[in-house]
Design a protein around this ligand. Sequence first.
Ligand code: ADP
Ligand code: ASP
Ligand code: MG
Length: 405
Amino acid sequence: MAVIVQKYGGSSVADTEKVMGVARRVVATARQGNQVVVVVSAQGNTTDELIKQAKAISKNPPKREMDMLLATGEQVSIALLAMAIDALGQPVISLTGPQGGIMTDTQHTKARIRMVDGDRIKRELEQGQVVIVAGFQGRTQNGDITTLGRGGSDTTAVAVAAALDADLCEIYTDVDGVYSADPRLVPEARKLAEVDYGEMLELASLGAMILQPRAVEVAAIYGVTLHVRSSFYMDEGTKVKEVDSVEREITVTGVAADENCAKITLAGIPSDVNTLYHIFSALAQAGVNVDMIVQAAASKSTTHLSFTVTREDLAETLSTIERLQADEEWEVLADDNVAKVSIVGAGMMTNPGVAARMFEALNEADVPVFVVSTSEIKVSCLVPRAFCAEAVRACHRKFELDTAK
Ligand code: ADP
Ligand code: ASP
Ligand code: MG
């Protein structure tokens, strides 16, 4: 008997009709003689709505209570889906993350799964039940409810698949696979038959919403092959797995965009490493993750320093800088109307001139570039947010990602 883990995202269970559709697909899989575990997200925009409700009460709600609130979204979905499956005559049980043995650390709102105690899930499967597990949530050793960060149901599914040594881990969503760019931004984007873990991790981390980066990381560690596919159609989707890249001819696999960025510039600060150390260690202590960094000399002894953080971290960043300044008067400029556009591809490592072509594309499309960062398999450019979609399309065209390779 094969063990199959299926994950359905929020748009796949957004209303009653969709919940019934998912139920039919789950029951069909079970009736083919498989043991099925279903991981499900909160319906539609539920999580966004819950966040709005919290923010209406407090600007800075306690993170533990945020988790208490956000976890309710998934609890609604598991119960409704279990009722729908039961109505089709299939034995089924729903479990919250804690009941499903999802054990996490204590970092509320962005907890990491420490381990999955799969005993309860296995017991229920052995009794012939479909097991539905709430995505995105778990519990600490003390019994507190945690959530895993936005998009965290993907990670629940992968962790459960790894713990059960499942034969298949299917991620059902509102697109029929991983594309060369977000099909909402680039209609001519092409569906990829397979993507390597490393490339997928970059794409996900650089803003491709389709999978939570942590899910890809866990999949790579445990060797779980993911099948990303549509919950509305039966087409083959995209396999995310280890892809042999020794003889890669494709330099660029995909383009990603991240609009959740803000740029801070400190103009005229002393150009010594000690100053840099003080700034970045203070930010690290405040829990702010700094992404891109550039420095340009302003005079013999001063420099302009620019770096990016997420938009949520902008306020914390500015108050940290303010505390540091004390009596010095740096000019501090903040801009949260920026976006990061990135090209990703394992083939870049062995092909020179990729960054040049990206700049050519952006130049032809008149897109200003503020900051650039590179790694072995990606080049990222910070651009004005208003130019983001055009920048993605320009890169997609330049690297001819719409044509099959
Ligand atoms: P779910 O609710 O199922 O978890 P998400 O909204 O989190 O779904 O992720 C699916 C969305 O990811 C798609 O609707 C699509 O717009 C977006 N997306 C971004 N980049 C890509 C990409 N490269 N390929 C496919 N979809 C992408
Ligand atoms: N409901 C959560 C979110 O909206 C988790 C998920 O969808 O994966 O982020
Ligand atoms: Mg998602």
